[in-house]
Design a protein around this ligand. Structure first.
Ligand SMILES: Nc1ncnc2c1ncn2[C@@H]1O[C@H](COP(=O)(O)OP(=O)(O)O)[C@@H](O)[C@H]1O
Ligand SMILES: Cc1ncc(COP(=O)(O)O)c(N)n1
Length: 478
């Protein structure tokens, strides 16, 4: 049976949060989505501009129009704005008694704008006792539990258990607002806590995650899953949707997630690898598990959020300088081996740029030249070995360095803010010229891979994958 799921929430004309996110999510999980609008919100990925609330009686008319005609299998409640609207929804729930009701107690948007009257917080607290699942983020949980916002997982679990006990309902505790390599959530009742782990994606595309998660839970529960199993499925999908969000290129602020990322794999002309069935595209996709580990590693996360200890950063930069010195030398060798003049020129320019960067690092950050650490030595030895295999393998082995830094730089720089201790360094790698160079390197490697023998291509693939593993080890070393 296709579950018929009704979202009662506010709007987001930019499509990432609110009712628009709910309908996409319900569809993504195979439900039939319906929507009753509580408030019209003029917002986009950058924030909320204004809110228009139609008369409460009109909300009642919308609700009745749906329930007089359609059997409702699950309801998801989002932005309810103020007490008069909450009262209407409560009266309607009492009358219609939908079998599954999930409440996302929306109070404040990711951008910091209020979406619920402060005076309505008590009404939301009372509503918690009338629904089957409540999905607060940490600030909302604090309001509902009447405590300061939790800063540790243990404190958040305590608050969620207190809320579950006080309201006799199930709480989906969301850990998105905590720092750490993972972003765990948990199904919490007064008796038990069942966590579901998830990796934390380094990204700013998190607009609408809470709306989407609660809609996924409502749809999965109406399809027969337990809350815990529903969370397992929802979380896996959500992490993928967050990861694919940046590629949508929607908006300048906190962009939306890609609700249909999993379906694109099944639609031939939308598959990421079709349309660009390139060698580098495949090598990049194959390296996803290693790149996920780079994103999750403590050093990279703390470099991004600025909490990395200065001594560790200095140690890393010194190793980077050691690396760049020999990397420049290997780029010069690629220039010497290249057949086409434009390829010779490109690698030669890269060699000069790497050398200049090495010197800049020394001037700005690194005092003396240290010895190569084991991870640095192993990476460089691998590149030298690649050079002995010839041009094809050498440039395949050199590519991950520029490509990974360009990719990581673009995402990490989003966390740059005034007084970020490593902002200047992050910006180097998000520089459009650096991104361009990585793109050119990629197109050269593709051209060479196309002309290579199948054995040659295999050796290139192995060299690229090994470099990616060395990149990970390099980030894990400090
Ligand atoms: N950067 C991230 N990487 C992976 N999952 C995330 C990330 N940020 C949030 N999430 C997940 O998105 C969901 C919503 O989380 P949260 O940010 O806590 O709530 P809200 O969107 O309501 O503020 C949770 O499942 C959380 O674990
Ligand atoms: C209408 C509406 N409802 C909810 C949110 C919260 O979004 P998020 O899921 O990012 O917390 C929003 N921005 N707009």
């Amino acid at each position: 049976m296709t579950p018929r799921v009704l979202s009662i929430a506010g709007t987001d004309p930019s499509g990432g949060a609110g009712i628009q996110a709910d309908l996409k999510t319900i569809g993504a999980f195979g439900g039939y989505g319906m929507a009753v609008v509580t408030a019209l919100v003029a917002q986009n990925t950058e924030g909320v501009r204004s809110v228009h609330v139609p008369p409460p009686a009109f909300l009642a008319e919308q609700l009745d129009a749906v329930s007089d005609d359609v059997v409702i299998d699950a309801v998801k409640l989002g932005m309810l704005h103020s007490t008069p609207l909450i009262d209407i929804v409560v009266a309607w729930l009492e009358r219609v008694r939908p079998p599954v009701v999930v409440l996302d107690p929306v109070m404040v948007a990711t951008s910091g704008d209020r979406l619920l009257d402060a005076a309505a917080e008590a009404a939301i607290r009372r509503l918690c006792a009338r629904v089957d699942l409540v999905t607060p983020n940490l600030p909302e949980l604090a309001v509902l539990a009447g405590q300061p916002e939790a800063t540790t997982w243990a404190a958040a679990v305590d608050q969620a258990q207190a809320l579950a006990a006080a309201t006799d309902t199930v709480v989906l505790l969301k850990g998105g607002h905590l720092a750490g390599a993972t972003s765990a959530d948990a199904v919490v009742t007064a008796e038990a806590v069942r966590p579901v782990e998830g990796r934390r994606v380094i990204t700013t595309t998190t607009h609408g995650t809470g709306c989407s998660l609660s809609s996924a839970m409502a749809t999965l529960r109406a399809s027969g899953f337990s809350w815990f199993d529903a969370l397992g499925h929802a979380k896996e999908w959500l992490t993928g949707a967050i990861e694919h969000g940046a590629a949508l290129e929607v908006g300048r602020g906190n962009g939306p997630i890609d609700h249909f990322h999993h379906l694109r794999e099944h639609v031939p002309h939308l598959r990421a690898d079709v349309g660009s069935p390139t060698w580098t595209g495949r090598a990049w996709d194959d390296s996803a598990p290693v790149r996920d580990r780079v994103d999750a590693c403590e050093f990279v996360r703390r470099l991004g959020d600025g909490t990395l200890e200065p001594e560790r950063f200095a140690w890393y930069l010194a190793q980077d300088a050691v690396y760049l010195g020999e990397y420049a030398e290997l780029l010069a060798r690629a220039a010497a081996l290249a057949g086409a003049p434009e390829e010779q020129a490109f690698w030669a320019r890269g060699s000069v740029a790497a050398q200049e960067e090495e010197m800049r690092l020394h001037r700005a950050w690194v005092a003396g030249m240290p010895a190569a650490a084991p991870a640095t030595r192993a990476y460089l030895d691998h590149l030298h070995a690649a050079h002995r295999h010839g041009y094809e393998v050498l440039i395949a082995a050199l590519l991950p360095c520029s490509w990974l830094y360009a990719d990581l730089g673009r995402r990490l720089v989003a966390q740059d803010r005034p007084a970020h201790p490593y902002g200047a360094w992050l910006r180097t790698y998000a520089d459009p010229a650096f991104l361009d160079a990585a793109e050119t390197a990629r197109s050269i490697v593709d051209r060479v891979a196309e002309a290579a023998s199948s054995d040659g291509r295999n050796a290139m693939t192995a060299a690229f994958a090994a470099s990616m593993r060395h990149e990970l080890a390099f980030f894990e070393a400090p």
